[in-house]
Design a protein around this ligand. Structure first.
Ligand SMILES: NC(=O)c1ccc[n+]([C@@H]2O[C@H](COP(=O)([O-])OP(=O)(O)OC[C@H]3O[C@@H](n4cnc5c(N)ncnc54)[C@H](OP(=O)(O)O)[C@@H]3O)[C@@H](O)[C@H]2O)c1
Length: 356
């Protein structure tokens, strides 16, 4: 039995629990061995029960169905840890209040992702960036802290970039995304705009997707992240799938490599969550598929022994320019790209005793 399994269970609050991402938190945490939901918050549904507040996707797990939706006010919340999936504008205002009140906050929102003292974490890729927490607490005088997870689109290609950067070096990355409608939230894209259609633009997305991997793959030097010095170009499109962001990635490596070397690098990659055997960690974060017609959102978004936590990579092939490799990647935007990624980050914080 691992050391952390003997630690006591932590009470958690979910801010924005009634939305697309919030409902996934409730589902995933309803069976979690370390975390127990103690409070849920919302906006238009405050005062309702979770059963009454749920929209769209979810069946609320019976044991939480009668839990009341609270306002996102730290004085009304009793918890050891807070997950936030608030819209950006509310997150910008609310999350610092929780951190100042002493709560550790793990956030899927973009509100604080780009601040130099806020870690932006893919648990397998840059767990060492959690050291930024100490400087953040000192500088802001907070007893709590904020840790963020990346944009749901970033996770799917920044994770494979890590082993490629380590094994071959990176010179340039170009990504074209095909993002599911659930990525825009419950009220996201009008059905008349997206059904039978593709929209070749998502406001603000290309800047996020081009910048975030540079921070995530950056090195921590003297308490600051030095972003990885590579250009990344992105074209982001909304497509009429429900879940699972598919991305076509072209990478110029630091040296020429065969398809077999690239596949071995991706398939063999593991990180700290795997070494620590964290509950939400898949055995391997990247699953390389050899069938030319995979990955597909409908077939592969829920892949892995922890459904939705594996990133599926397929169509690995060389480009015509030496050193260029191309592949297609798929990640579950609500699980690995949001709630699951945040829960894994919290497990890492717990295992590293940063929640004590
Ligand atoms: N969808 C994805 O794939 C994805 C992936 C990664 C990150 N994210 C990020 O996660 C966050 C949530 O996304 P989502 O897709 O779950 O959105 P959503 O379906 O629109 O849900 C938004 C949630 O926030 C609550 N809320 C709205 N305004 C609030 C306020 N002022 N105070 C407190 N709660 C408020 C809503 O409560 P009521 O229902 O009570 O109104 C609802 O629970 C966003 O920041 C988004 O960028 C989303």
């Amino acid at each position: 039995m691992c050391g952390v399994c003997t630690m006591s269970r932590l009470g958690v609050a979910i801010l924005g629990a009634t939305g697309m991402v919030g409902q996934i938190y409730v589902q995933m945490l309803s069976k979690h061995p370390w975390f127990e939901i103690r409070a849920v918050t919302g906006n238009s549904t405050v005062g309702k029960t979770l059963r009454e507040a749920y929209r769209g996707r979810g069946h609320v797990p019976e044991k939480y169905a009668d839990m009341e939706v609270l306002p996102s006010d730290p004085s009304k919340i009793d918890a050891d840890l807070v997950f936030s999936c608030l819209p950006t504008k509310s997150a910008r205002e609310v999350e610092p209040k929780f951190a100042a009140a002493g709560f550790p906050v793990v956030s899927d929102s973009s509100a604080h992702r780009y601040l130099p003292d806020v870690p932006l974490i893919i648990p397998e890729v840059n767990p060492e960036h959690l050291d930024l927490i100490d400087a953040q607490k000192r500088r802001r005088g907070w007893d709590g802290f904020i840790v963020t997870t990346p944009n749901c689109t970033t996770v799917g290609f920044a994770t494979p970039l890590k082993p490629l950067a380590d094994d071959f070096g990176l010179r340039y990355v170009n990504v074209v995304t095909m993002q599911a409608v659930s990525g825009a939230g419950y009220n996201g894209v009008p059905s008349m705009a997206i059904l039978g259609n593709i929209i070749p633009y998502i406001e603000g997305e290309e800047a996020k997707v081009s910048e975030e991997p540079r921070k995530i793959l950056g090195r921590l030097v003297d308490g600051e992240v030095q972003p990885m010095d590579i250009p990344i170009d992105a074209t982001c499109m909304r497509v009429p799938t429900i879940v699972g962001h598919l991305e076509s990635v072209q990478v110029e490596l630091g040296r020429d490599a065969s398809v077999e070397e690239v596949v071995d690098s991706l398939a063999g990659f593991i990180g700290l969550p795997q070494k620590l055997e964290l509950p939400t960690a898949p055995r391997r974060p990247i699953n390389v598929l050899t069938d030319e017609e995979r990955p597909q959102p409908r077939l592969d978004a829920d892949a892995g022994e922890v459904p939705g936590m594996v990133i599926s990579v397929g169509r690995v092939r060389k480009g015509r320019k030496p050193g260029t490799v191309m592949f297609v990647t798929l990640s579950h935007n609500l699980i690995r790209g949001a709630a699951g990624g945040a829960i894994l980050t919290a497990e890492l914080l717990y295992a590293l005793r940063r929640l004590d």
